[in-house]
Design a protein around this ligand. Structure first.
Ligand SMILES: Nc1nc2c(ncn2[C@@H]2O[C@H](COP(=O)(O)OP(=O)(O)OP(=O)(O)O)[C@@H](O)[C@H]2O)c(=O)[nH]1
Ligand SMILES: [Mg+2]
Length: 251
């Protein structure tokens, strides 16, 4: 399992002020190179690669993956679209239960984004929901190239029991997960700060939780730049034809 070491990565940023899209107990921001890599990477071609309904159909584990998990309707597919700047890449819907497969999107050759079916939604047929949860758990706990799982949480509702259950499973499997609060446009700043603080408290002692919580709105594009920078650090840059911008200043 390739769990990253979030504490080490965060420590390097501790002296910086907070950026607009992320609020952290240990404030930090992203430097120009991190932001530029994020912008560049997510501006590259991103295509639907495969929809998977059984573990045996997973693509070869040959590059890093980032999975988008969370309860039904929290905005997983919308976030994949906002990050990649495409409105219709991943299918979104008002009706919970829209995404029914593990949808693999290929972002250049260096990264898979995996849009997952939601969990914890009572109206989805029970046997179907049980199958999804079984598939999700086996995939999330056993995929060697899974660099990080984003657990999306609707900022109006905060963490629910099904999120806690997912985190407990990932703590045991030692797979790093990071909380992303979604639909931030639906709350006032004060309400958002409260949800953030209570969520921080709830993840503080969890061994596999990334300490930094991202705050996003796919609708207003809040926090998207920062999340791109955060995720770009997980790509395999040896597989990506990237040339850093030259600094031509002559000071
Ligand atoms: N206001 C607002 N609405 C959003 C945002 N993100 C998603 N939504 C809406 O929330 C609904 C669900 O979005 P999806 O992206 O389909 O959610 P999902 O988590 O992929 O849902 P499932 O695939 O069913 O699990 C849609 O009506 C979206 O338009 C956001 O940032 N702000
Ligand atoms: Mg979806």
């Amino acid at each position: 399992m390739q769990a990253t070491k979030p504490q080490q990565r965060t420590a390097a940023r501790r002296s910086n002020p907070p950026g607009p899209g992320c609020i952290d107990l240990e404030p930090h921001t992203y430097n120009a190179d991190e932001l530029e890599r994020g912008r560049w990477l997510f501006a590259q071609e991103c295509t639907f690669f495969k929809g998977v309904v059984a573990l045996k159909a997973l693509p070869p584990a040959d590059r890093p993956e980032i999975a988008f998990a969370g309860r039904s309707n929290v905005g997983k597919s919308s976030l994949v679209n906002a990050l990649t700047g495409r409105n219709t890449l991943a299918r979104t819907s008002n009706t919970p239960g829209r995404t029914r497969e593990l949808n693999f999107f290929e972002l250049t050759q260096g990264l898979y984004l995996v849009d997952l079916p939601g969990y914890g939604y009572a109206r989805v047929e029970r046997t179907l929901a049980e199958n999804w949860v079984r598939l999700l758990k086996s995939y999330l706990a056993g995929r060697p190239t899974l660099q990080r799982i984003l657990i999306l949480v609707d900022s109006r509702h905060g963490l629910k029991d099904s999120d806690i259950e997912m985190m407990e499973m990932l703590d045991v499997a030692a797979v790093t997960y990071q909380i992303v609060l979604t639909k931030a446009d639906k709350l006032k700043a004060g309400q958002l700060a409260k949800v953030l603080e209570s969520t921080q408290k709830k993840i503080a002692r969890r061994p596999a939780a990334h300490p930094q919580i991202m705050v996003t709105s796919s609708e207003k594009k809040t926090g998207i730049e920062e999340l791109r920078a955060e995720l770009a650090a997980l790509a395999d840059w040896t597989l990506i034809p990237y040339k850093a911008k030259q600094d031509n200043s002559t000071d």
